[in-house]
Design a protein around this ligand. Structure first.
Ligand code: GLY
Ligand code: MN
Ligand code: MN
Length: 527
């Protein structure tokens, strides 16, 4: 009987058996020779001027400890086909690497004595408390078999990779080969280096190696305590993103501008969507094309929810028709190459104009969004107050329409949160390199925190009346509306970064008329 390891090896070998590169030395010499000069490497990234401050701020919380931030590994979609690589957000934030960089890399903040910082101002790789080193798999020579036969790293398969020097220029970081990481993690562990922390659930390989090193060099720290300490690192990396720096704010503006153009593509395609049996897919596709053309891709799966589908909060199947008399709720965001994403929802009348009942519901949601925005701009406001302000307007409208009781019964209904039947989600979340950014932040830093300049969050109230909801008048049924904007807290109040994407019912109608008017004129008659 074969043991499990042999069986695994056999299965892996079979998966590679589709094609065999010759392994003889004559072939290897032949394929490795007579290649021209490589083009110049990348210039220093603009973000490299911002990442040192981020790393320094994080490092200060963990003096004398070694901190490990894996980028992550390829995730299998099926069999031997992977998803595109997308780095863990803490890694991307601390290195500034973008797009599909850099699978299997690891950033380490090595603790250092304060006295050794004098030379750091120039190379900007480090903070006061730590020295930052990026470990990755650099480009190998063309004479190396990897060049032509490694589908993960080989230049024949994935294009030219960066050398160590190029990666260092790009990021401003000290860079080492990933093969040096294991020995470096061990250095002075349990002596000057008092602890080793890693962000978990990103790269099992390094998580296991860190666990082994800890049990060998730091046996006094129990596993449960280590889990807690690792979580604190994840929490701190998440909280570090609560306030965006100037570069991040510019990225968010660019992501929102690209997303606005994506919505324009959708509006252009609405007439075709109406003709298509899966019109929602036409809408999704129009946005996706723009997301790939302009950015890294989608920040999250697009919700293209026409008619009653708008009442399914995460309607991402998008396989329904788009009917003339529907409202279509589109929640979509383009993630640009830096990995920052917008998160915008617009609810559009497919016909180009709202019916009176659609407009009534739309205006109630708009009023809730506006009330939340006004509250966000007041001094001394906490994050959770923004939601309360929106809900006050939602509740008042539900009462006006007779859907919720008022008076004493209304008080009871409010206490029991009956209104959540029609607005079941929160009004706001932080937004940035993740669509639900800073998700590991402590409650006191998030929901309970005062709004401070640099925060970026959504305001996204909605009202959802399901087609089979017998608690609402028949004319409300099958209508769902959400309006979502991205908000920046400034020194003087708040700014709606997505203000220029039409919001009011009239502005939305004009927007559709303008785009479809122009685009119909451009189209040949037979379309
Ligand atoms: N698109 C996800 C959200 O709005 O939170
Ligand atoms: Mn959102
Ligand atoms: Mn959204």
């Amino acid at each position: 009987m074969r043991d499990a390891e042999k069986i695994t090896a056999e299965i892996e070998k079979r998966a590679r058996a589709r094609s065999h590169s010759p392994e003889n030395s004559a072939f290897q010499k032949f394929i490795g020779e007579d290649w021209g000069e490589r083009p110049a490497g990348p210039a220093r990234a603009e973000v490299a001027d911002y990442t040192p401050a981020r790393r320094a701020k994080l490092g200060e919380l963990f003096p004398e400890e070694r901190l490990v931030f894996p980028a992550g590994i390829y995730k299998v979609r099926s069999n031997d086909t992977d998803y595109r690589f997308r780095a863990h957000s803490a890694f991307a934030h601390l290195t500034g690497l973008s797009a599909e960089q850099e699978p299997n890399a690891v950033l380490v903040l090595h603790p250092q004595k304060e006295s050794s910082t004098s030379g750091n101002a120039n190379n900007s790789t480090s903070g006061i408390t730590h020295r930052a080193v990026l470990y990755f798999h650099p480009r190998t020579a063309r004479t190396d078999a990897e060049f032509y036969n490694d589908p993960q790293y080989g230049e024949f398969w994935v294009g030219a990779r960066l050398s160590k020097a190029e990666m260092s220029t790009l990021t401003g970081l000290e860079v080492k080969n990933i093969t040096e990481l294991e020995a470096d993690l061990e250095k002075n562990l349990g002596k000057e280096v008092k602890n080793l922390r890693i962000i978990r659930r990103v790269d099992k390989n390094w998580e296991q190696k860190v666990a082994k090193l800890r049990s060998r060099f730091l046996p006094e720290i129990a596993e449960a305590e280590s889990a807690e300490k690792d979580f604190q690192l994840e929490e701190a990396a998440s909280e570090l993103r609560l306030r965006k720096d100037a570069w991040e704010i510019a990225q968010m503006e660019a992501a929102i501008a690209a997303t606005a153009r994506g919505f324009q593509e959708i509006i252009k395609e609405l007439p075709r969507a109406r003709q298509h049996v899966r019109g929602e897919r036409v809408v999704e596709g129009a946005f996706s094309a723009r997301a790939r053309e302009e950015g890294n891709g989608l920040g999250y799966e697009t919700i293209a929810a026409s008619g009653n589908h708008a009442n399914t909060l995460h309607w991402i199947r998008n396989d329904g028709p788009v009917r003339e008399d529907d409202l279509i709720l589109i929640d979509a965001g383009i993630e640009i190459d830096s990995l920052y994403t917008a998160d915008i929802t617009r609810t559009l009348p497919v016909s180009g104009s709202f019916t009176p009942i659609q407009k009534k519901i739309y205006n109630a949601v708009l009023a809730a969004a506006d009330a939340a925005f006004v509250r966000a701009g007041e001094p001394g406001v906490r994050f959770r107050d923004v939601h309360s302000a929106a809900m006050e307007v939602i509740i008042a409208n539900l009462q006006n329409w007779g859907i919720l009781p008022d008076g004493e019964a209304g008080e009871f209904a409010r206490m029991q949160q009956y209104y959540r039947r029609w607005m079941p989600h929160g009004t706001s979340h932080h937004l940035g390199i993740d669509v639900h950014d800073c998700a590991q932040a402590r409650r006191e830093m998030y929901q309970e925190a005062l709004l401070v300049p640099g925060m970026i969050f959504t305001i996204e109230p909605g009202l959802y009346f399901r087609a089979d909801d017998l608690k609402v008048p028949p004319e409300f049924r099958g209508i769902g509306v959400r309006i979502e904007d991205d908000i920046l807290v400034t020194e003087s109040g708040v700014r709606r970064l997505s203000e220029f994407i039409p919001r009011s019912a009239t502005a939305v109608e004009n927007w559709i008329a303008e785009i479809q008017g122009n685009c119909l004129e451009e189209r040949p008659e037979n379309e």
